[in-house]
Design a protein around this ligand. Sequence first.
Ligand code: SF4
Length: 426
Amino acid sequence: MSAVLESGCADTKVIPILKERGQREVFCGLTGIIWLHRKIQDAFFLVVGSRTCAHLIQSAAGVMIFAEPRFATAIIDERDLAGLADANDELDHVVRRLLERRPDIKLLFLVGSCPSEVIKLDLSRAAQRLSSQFNPGVRVLNYSGSGIETTFTQGEDACLASLVPTLPAAQVEAAPSLMIVGTLADVVEDQWTRLFTEMGIHNVSYFPPRRSTELPSIGANTRYLLAQPFLADTARVLEERGAQRLPAPFPLGVEGTTAWLKAAADMFGVSAEKFDAVTMPKRERAMRALQHQRPQLEGKRIFFFPDSQLEIPIARFLSRELGMQLTEVGTPFLHKQHLAEEMAMMPAGIQISEGQHVENQIDRCRAVKPDLVVCGLGLANPLEAEGMTTKWAIELVFTPIQGYDQAADLAELFARPLNRRMRLVA
Ligand code: SF4
């Protein structure tokens, strides 16, 4: 275990960052399959893993029982250790059977996991081998959802990063285009497309797209906005392809959404008058909706365990737009460039921690006695048993929370457990 105190500079404020290394309490990157398979509608996610991985995926995504599933687990167990050649043959056989049975699959992800027998398999070679076999109908890619090094949202980052090399190259003389990066609910994308269109920004794409056959092109004239704060690797490979990030806070709450849209508006030469004319009615309506939530949240003290990597933008929203008091904001990673605008908006004097030493953090949480704790599923039950009120961080990636129309829904996610606790106590 180690803990280091570092300073993060946000404008003129200096925010101390407690860096911790120790035992962690998080889900693995396989979890991302649950929202990624809903988004990319012709993709299939084949986890190459153990029975534990199969169990995680089945229980976490059990809702899909009535649909033709678009994820499965190829179980590599002790039996397969007799020879890697056998394991590769077995994998090829599973993929062939799957693709024969499911001609709707156009993109197949082989998703690595952390059991030692899987780590020995070279999934990138397997993906290349299978891709050349099933080309041009099906593209096979691979990424790791292993729990050894990841937080659960890094599964999406690894998946999208694996997809970037397949994006078609934009023409050198192509007009500037805007790419929104990060998995979003379709409803959110549709709202933003309408707003961009009203502002006169037409060349907008979303990555990942709804179908793998609609991959956006990329080049030096691509400007991108991150819609999720956990996409460090994806951003890096997008930039290697020439795209440039538009610095902005994340589109959570009215303030974050406005600044995020403004970054695009400024880049594409939209006048301040036009921007206000398009966004003001939405901003006002969202602010009115937030006023209904404010009495339940204002002054309440909130503590974040590091889990989703959404902690800092959400803490900024809850503090600035709803008057919540931040006791500690833990995040698994703090990407200084991607979060610079967020850090500049954080209230002075708050405690931010990066990484995790779960025992130490539980001690700090108990000491400050917050009204609400945001944490992973594994911590929620024990903390509830101690009388704390908790919110599962994973809900933040399953629920549409970005943009104006969702700002009140985001606030409601935090108001609900407080209301439930009040009813239990009453
Ligand atoms: S990838 Fe690792 S952490 Fe995730 S379910 Fe499989 S064994 Fe567990």
